[in-house]
Design a protein around this ligand. Structure first.
Ligand SMILES: C[S@@+](CC[C@H](N)C(=O)[O-])C[C@H]1O[C@@H](n2cnc3c(N)ncnc32)[C@H](O)[C@@H]1O
Length: 305
């Protein structure tokens, strides 16, 4: 596979600088609207590698419509992000994502089947009312699990005293209400499929340490960006929709970047498939954590070992 010689493509070099600088200034970069096939190629070309990738596509029903090729489409989405991140969190309904567990693209393997449990689905179906979504936690061999992010004060003290026999992890069932009606009103952005911040935050904390990078290339209202800002992680976001990109801009107080057409044309050519050598993240995050990490993890109410 041919590599792009960046020295012959000044636009690419310049963009790499701009993205790195904006991460240093804002902590979060919002790319202009584009398809995930293109944004993933762009990040590879620029040499970004993330620790965490949130992959939250439409679910082949409801607002996003129905795709005939969904069984091919979802593995293709995973192939797009697999070279870009150590952890991938694939969201969907259990009966849908279950089909993909056996056909995960290398080097991803299933680390954990996570369930988001909510009691407040407004569905009026005459039968079982939906109360769960699945998140497949997929990892590459390079992935590090950050269980230490879930310790409460008591556990942290015990660990410092060498009295914690092993570090307890959070439960694989996350119980949080859906954002609908009056629930989570302050958080709601108008995006039809917005995930609660507290749900995305738990996955982010398992996959990253402070100052590491998360990407979300189907980022909708920008929940991943907000979780990153609140916890001093860097984030690169992109969504195909102009409307949802605008929602994310307003929510995060950050304007989308410009990407020259010349760069996109270069990447559109199948022979220019990458990857490139890595780019270093800024040494310091620009925003001290807005939410106290400890407050968050205390809410998990973990048993002390
Ligand atoms: C389920 S929503 C994500 C919601 C998001 N996690 C949040 O909390 O706001 C799926 C998003 O994927 C975007 N999307 C759909 N197809 C896409 C594609 N091919 N490339 C990039 N984004 C896409 C949609 O515009 C939509 O905002």
């Amino acid at each position: 596979m041919k590599k792009i010689d960046r020295t012959r493509h000044p636009d690419l070099l310049e963009l790499r600088e701009v993205v790195a600088t904006q991460l240093g200034k804002q902590g979060v970069v919002i790319l202009p609207p584009m398809d995930i096939e293109m944004s993933s190629q762009l990040l590879l070309a620029l040499g970004f590698h993330a620790q965490c990738c949130v992959l939250d596509p439409w679910y082949n029903k409801g607002v996003g419509g129905v795709r005939e090729d969904y069984d091919d489409y979802l593995p293709q989405l995973l192939r797009c992000v697999a070279p870009l991140s150590d952890h991938v969190f694939l969201w969907g309904f259990p009966e849908i994502v279950a089909r993909f567990v056996r056909i995960l693209p290398e080097p991803l393997t299933l680390k954990c089947w996570l369930t988001w449990f909510y009691k407040n689905s407004p569905s009026r179906i005459r039968g079982w009312r939906s109360a769960q979504m699945t998140c497949l936690h997929l990892t590459t061999p390079a992935a590090v699990m950050h269980v230490e992010n879930f310790l409460n004060d008591v556990q942290r003290d015990k660990m410092q005293q060498g009295k914690l026999m092993y570090i307890p992890g959070p439960p694989s069932v996350i119980e949080e209400s859906l954002l609908c009606g009056f629930v989570g009103r302050n958080e709601q952005t108008g995006h039809p499929s917005q995930k609660p911040l507290s749900v995305i935050e738990k996955t982010l904390l398992m996959a990253t340490a402070r100052g590491e990078l998360a990407i979300d290339l189907m980022s909708g209202s920008g929940t991943t960006g907000e979780a990153c800002m609140a916890n001093e992680r860097f984030a690169i976001l992109c969504d195909i929709s102009d409307e949802y990109t605008r929602i994310a801009e307003e929510r995060l107080g950050i304007e989308r970047m410009k990407v020259n057409d010349s760069v996109l044309t270069l990447l559109a050519s199948p022979e220019n498939r990458l990857p490139q050598e890595g780019v270093a993240l800024p040494a310091k995050h620009p925003r001290p954590a807005a939410l106290r990490l400890q407050n968050r993890v205390n809410q998990l109410n973990l048993e002390i070992e």
